[in-house]
Design a protein around this ligand. Structure first.
Ligand code: ADP
Ligand code: MG
Length: 369
């Protein structure tokens, strides 16, 4: 049985829809992330789960029971806010102990339980510090300790790392993921950062303008995006335009950006259907035309597709480099290339005439939008 279910949940503020028809089941022990741009309704969903907001329609269940009218403190759900929200006049220990004392726990148990929570967030020696004596990252750890100390069923985290600098954020992502495994509590994270969502989550919920576009594992979202919105929100994508011309075994023949190509699609199409063929920058194989003409054995690299174009320029990125190419029909594409081990210079240069194909495998082919 799922630990959380949302069934057709909608919420408006002053007649403006914030979230609409949200249905989602969250499994016990899962790390799930709501991913989407600012204003798409992520916080609203967390606030409805936490009990800080009542939905206008639809049902919310925790462990199979409706939580309609149940106040936040009576739900087995805690929230970590972006703003930490620590009590400034209490030291770290008392901040974490606060809820336990309110609930009437004896002082010996409070000490043991708080020490354990502080140990889990690597703050065991910081109990006597005041919040203002801590760094931002340490304050966030206190907020997390306070939210896990009473062992909730579900921990809600609203952009908890977005105020931290890049390196600390990367480190905290790993620590949070480890903490979730150790505690075996369900985590629902909100972020607008695709890398953060991918690196931590079992499943990602991609949101757009108050509704869900796709739910899936990070790999499903990246490799099988349901539509152009999802494809564009997670990483770089090249959208080629084409028309299906026929079927050949598992593949379709298609006219794409002025060339005849083969695409292997997981969806059904009919002759004449207009489609988008989606290719990540790393999906392409590119050769300088002159080299291709001189070595026929390279030609089978392009068995699926042979588009022609001209290199606009390159951009060094460390482990890889980007190549900007304009195809002969005017479409611009972005390609990621790895360095040849034995080569000291880039293989591609502005002005090169190039052949563009793509690697064997399933292509993402979507109906034309
Ligand atoms: P996100 O967390 O994805 O940035 P929110 O859930 O905060 O998005 O907001 C979704 C939409 O609902 C936005 O248009 C926002 O302005 C609106 N909204 C959220 N909370 C309130 C509120 N308390 N009063 C009025 N409008 C709100
Ligand atoms: Mg928000």
């Amino acid at each position: 049985q799922p630990v959380v279910t949302l069934d057709s949940v909608s919420k408006s503020f002053d007649g403006e829809t914030a979230v609409e028809n949200i249905s989602l089941s969250i499994e016990d022990g899962e790390f799930i992330t709501l991913l989407g741009p600012s204003g798409c309704g992520k916080t609203t969903i967390l606030r409805i789960l936490g009990g800080f907001e009542e939905s206008d329609s639809g049902a919310v269940k925790l462990d199979g029971r409706s939580v309609k009218g149940v106040p936040p403190e009576s739900r087995a759900v805690n929230t970590v806010f972006q703003s930490y929200a620590l009590f400034p006049h209490m030291n770290v220990f008392d901040n974490v102990a606060f809820g336990l004392r309110i609930a009437g726990m004896g002082e010996a148990d409070v000490r043991r339980t708080v020490d354990e929570a502080l140990r889990l967030v690597c703050l065991e020696s910081m109990g006597r510090r005041m919040p203002k004596e801590l760094s931002g990252g340490q304050q966030q750890r206190v907020a997390i300790a306070r939210a896990i100390v009473n062992k909730p069923r579900v921990l809600l985290l609203d952009e908890p790392l977005s105020a931290l600098d890049y390196r600390l954020r990367k480190q905290m992502q790993k620590e949070l993921k480890e903490l979730q495994r150790t505690l075996d509590i369900t985590f629902v994270l909100v972020t607008h950062d695709q890398e953060e969502a991918f690196s931590m989550s079992d499943r990602v919920v991609v949101m757009n303008d108050g509704h869900i576009e796709q739910v899936g594992t990070p790999r499903e979202i990246y490799e099988e995006p349901a539509n152009l919105y999802v494809a564009r929100f997670v990483g770089e994508i090249n959208v080629l335009d084409g028309t299906v011309t026929g079927r050949r075994g598992e593949s379709y023949t298609a006219e794409v950006e002025g060339a005849s190509v083969l695409v292997k699609a997981r969806r059904e199409f009919a002759d004449g259907d207009r489609v988008h063929v989606l290719l990540r920058p790393e999906d392409f194989r590119v050769e300088v035309m002159k080299d291709l003409e001189e070595s026929p054995d390279l030609a089978d690299k392009f068995a699926k597709a042979l588009l022609k174009g001209t290199v606009d320029g390159t951009c060094y990125r460390g482990a890889t480099y980007d190549v900007d190419i304009t195809l002969d029909d005017g479409k611009r594409i972005l390609v990621t290339e790895f360095f040849d081990e034995d080569s000291e210079t880039l293989y591609f240069h502005a002005g090169d005439r190039v052949a563009v194909g793509w690697f064997e495998g399933w292509e993402v082919v979507l109906p034309h939008e």
